[in-house]
Design a protein around this ligand. Structure first.
Ligand code: PEP
Ligand code: MG
Length: 806
């Protein structure tokens, strides 16, 4: 046989990025699983110069793998070759969930030869597991006839390809699952036919003639907007819609198919808009939805239902009910999540369907989005280019949705009780993000007043941006570094525009949230590298994944927790997901080769967490040294101080950290026992509480004893009342949303260190947050800032509210 010993050869160096983007392209355009698998095997075989590329999947029996696609082996073996998990080399990879790379495959003790495949002539083998939510779902394999030494980069490339493929496989399997529920579907169908085709109206807010209806909430993101209300209601309730079917089946079918097509193009447009506005990493969230709409089973089910029902809405409803029923019975959380995607798609189709008869106005430019709660996903769902402001019924000002609004410079007011019942679709609305006031149906005088305010605000920003090169230092010349908090590539443009001196906090979890799972090393490497290159020589502080709490990640099997903010979140979660954590550390370390990078660890609460992470990092470093991969050996490793225990024991942490960054959003939440996202307790949430200040003070003193830098990156750093106190306590760096950089700089430049140091001492001895606010308000009042041409009016408001002075 042709496999007798030949000297091992080096494989040609593949263009890794282009292979990955081609696999991603195939995956994102997947219509049919078999076709996708065939395209991927073909591509991988060609581009890795392999003689064989095969994909084995676990199907109905979780212990068995089946050959599903191959280039190079006997095509007749597809679907026929089955092996147990643990059996042969492929089975071993599935069992161990680790890749395997062998120059002489048959020397391995687990080697087994499957004669049906005709694989006897292949010498070398590289196989990577396809993993979803900690379970193997298949294996991607290449084989070569000539002996080959596989590089670490080949192994990583195969792993990434396998990971890109995994969600498509799982979604397709899930959709296939639906076809087995015929009987159940028939039962539900007959139950539904007995209900009438006419439903009561969707509830809509009462007609109101009154003008200037004033509501108020929490001032979450500054700026003024005047525009029509765009309600984001819960999806249309299938039980409560009015629907009159058309006369003929043909017309009903035509409407339904049009609704399907329109939904698809709408999602595709949203994907493109998202890509343009937020960068490609955010567009991934739409892939699953498009895949569902293209799924033959889903479309066939709908088609078959319309034949039976002769009513498009009832047909859709019966299919959705069947899907919902099936998903509710599935224990696995990942599958339940996919169920939610299908239901969401169904609702979108229905909205389109209803739009065929009674079109719902599309979102107009400059709309004020009114929603129950601002969740991160909202930013992926809406045409954000048309959004002028966001108002929500629930939520506080430091929930993550609120932070995204601020980062994107969209005025926002949260926790506006009554807005969902008051606001009518399309009616005029004013949002004042600085005071938290919202007006519905404003009269002309109020509109004119706010138009002036809006113009002033815009002029102020332009003016301040023009002053961006002035140094950020106090009157007596003490420098205070002003950096930006970012989460998406597009935020970098804003950071530049507003003159940030670096990135003080890069929230990497947005990439994971967009992907609904841990991103691969490759994806992260590409993103971090771009961020670091774009900012160089300014430093970029990359924070490791901070998931959990209010940033749930559906695909990683996070169980529901009674107290998620006190549960398995942040560093605790990453330490439990070693593989994902290692991938992130590798990507960050790789980025450190192209510019100054600092590594930041969130929510550290015990010294063991820091040590474990550093040991993992050390491990990655030595691997890099062996591999000849370049990186910054002196990359600083710092921790976030977000847990009171860490602040209290700050000396212990300072001895083993290169820097501290105080996350006041969480530190306040944990010190005061106030949920940062709950508007009902928002009045109790205040970072200026003397207890929080004491913990900040302890951290600063410990940092200074150890000689390490300390910054604040929570939202408090952009609160005009907090800035004098933080600078007075000795904070040397404030990291704020990009738009706040110029404001913060103007405040810093008006302060005298001696004065604010005295204020800070008084604040530490104060009895309440209110007292601290008053101390800070008098400082702003005495600084002359209230006469500042750009920020004076706004500060006057802040001071008035804090102190009752005028
Ligand atoms: C914080 O808690 O202050 C912080 C900056 O982290 P995040 O808001 O992302 O939780
Ligand atoms: Mg935090």
């Amino acid at each position: 046989m042709g496999w007798a010993a030949r000297p091992p050869t080096e494989a040609p160096i593949p263009d890794r990025i282009s292979i990955l983007s081609d696999v991603a392209e195939i995956v994102s355009r997947s219509h049919d699983l078999q076709e996708t698998l065939a395209n991927v095997t073909d591509l991988v075989a060609k581009r890795l110069d392999a003689d064989v590329c095969s994909i084995y999947l676990i199907d109905t029996d979780p212990e068995m793998l089946t050959l599903m696609s191959t280039i190079g082996l006997d095509p007749g073996a597809v679907s026929r070759v089955r092996l147990r998990v643990g059996e042969g080399l492929v089975g071993l990879v599935a069992k161990e969930r680790e890749p395997i790379a062998l120059t002489h495959a048959r020397d391995h003790s687990n080697f087994r030869y499957f004669p049906e495949t005709g694989e006897e002539r292949y010498e070398s083998l590289l196989a990577a597991p396809m993993i979803m939510q900690n379970a193997t779902i298949g294996v991607l394999v290449i084989q070569t006839a000539d002996p080959r030494v596989f590089e670490q980069s080949d192994i990583e490339l195969m792993q990434t390809c396998a990971q890109l493929l995994a969600p498509v496989v799982v979604n397709a399997q899930l959709l296939a699952l639906m076809s087995i529920s015929e009987t159940r579907r028939a039962e539900i169908t007959s139950a539904l036919t007995s209900t009438s085709g006419r439903f009561p109206d969707v509830e809509s807010p009462e007609d109101r003639t009154e003008q200037n209806v004033e509501l108020s909430g929490i001032a979450t993101s500054r700026g003024v907007a005047i525009g029509p209300v765009y309600r984001v209601d819960d999806p249309v309730d299938l039980e409560h819609v009015e629907y009159f079917p058309r006369e003929s089946l043909a017309e009903e079918r035509e409407d339904l198919l049009k609704a399907l097509a329109d939904t698809r193009s709408e999602i595709e447009e949203a994907r493109e808009a998202s890509r343009a506005r937020f960068g490609p990493e955010f567009a991934a969230v739409f892939h699953t939805q498009i895949q569902i709409l293209e799924d033959k089973g889903f479309v066939d089910n709908i088609d078959e239902a319309i034949n039976r029902k002769k009513n498009a809405l009832l047909a859709l409803r019966s299919v959705l009910d069947t899907y919902r029923e099936t998903f509710e019975r599935i224990e696995d959380e990942y599958f339940r999540e996919r169920g939610a995607d299908i239901i969401d798609i169904g609702h979108r189709i229905m909205e389109k369907l209803l739009g065929v008869r009674s079109p719902v106005a599309p979102m107009q430019p400059g709309s004020v989005v009114v929603v129950d709660q601002v969740l991160a996903g909202l930013f992926a769902r809406l045409e954000m280019d048309q959004v002028a402001a966001i108002v929500s019924e629930h939520g506080g000002s430091t929930s993550h949705g609120a932070i995204f609004a601020r980062t994107l410079e969209i005025p926002a007011v949260t926790g506006v009780t009554g807005i969902m019942s008051e606001a009518k679709q399309g009616e005029s609305c004013i949002v004042d993000g600085a005071t938290g006031r919202v007006y519905l149906q404003p009269d002309e005088a109020l509109v004119n007043y706010y138009r002036d305010a809006q113009r002033e605000y815009e002029i102020a920003i332009e003016h301040l941006d023009a002053l961006r090169d002035r140094p950020a230092e106090t009157r007596d010349g003490t420098p205070v570094t002003l950096s930006a908090n970012v989460g998406l590539l597009n935020d970098l443009r804003l950071a530049d525009q507003h003159g940030a001196e670096g990135i003080g906090l890069f929230r990497t979890e947005l990439l994971a949230l967009a992907h609904r799972g841990f991103p691969s090393e490759e994806e992260q490497d590409q993103l971090y590298r771009r961020v670091v290159e774009q900012m160089a020589p300014r430093p970029v502080t990359i924070r490791t994944l901070d998931l959990g709490g209010d940033k749930g990640l559906p695909n990683v099997g996070m169980p529901d927790e009674e107290n998620p903010q006190l549960g398995l979140r942040s560093i605790r979660l990453t330490l439990e997901n070693r593989r994902a954590f290692r991938a992130q550390l590798r990507a960050i370390l790789r980025a450190s080769a192209v510019g100054p990078v600092k590594l930041l660890l969130p929510m550290i609460s015990s010294i063991e967490e820091l040590r474990e992470t550093k040991a993992l990092l050390e491990n990655v470093r030595s691997r890099f040294q062996e591999e000849g991969q370049s990186f910054d050996p002196d990359m600083p490793v710092g921790i976030m101080i977000e847990v009171p225990a860490t602040a209290i024991s700050a000396d212990i942490f300072a001895a083993e950290s290169d820097f501290f960054s105080i996350g006041t959003n969480d530190l306040t939440q944990y010190t005061l026992a106030v949920d940062r996202g709950n508007e009902r307790v928002a009045h109790l949430y205040d970072g200026l509480h003397p207890a929080v200040l004491s913990l900040i003070d302890l951290s600063i003193k410990a940092a200074s004893r150890a000689g390490i830098p300390i910054s604040v990156c929570g939202e408090m750093a952009s609160n005009p009342l907090a800035i004098p106190i933080l600078v007075g306590l000795g904070i040397g760096e404030l990291s704020v949303v990009p738009a706040a950089v110029p404001f913060a700089k103007e405040i810093v430049r008006a302060l005298e260190l001696r004065d604010v140091a005295r204020d800070a001492r008084r604040a530490l001895a104060a009895k309440s947050a209110r007292e601290v606010q008053e101390i800070a308000a008098s400082r702003l009042l005495g600084s002359g800032l209230l006469d500042h041409p750009d920020i004076g009016a706004w500060l006057r408001n802040v001071v008035d509210e804090a102190s009752g002075f005028s």
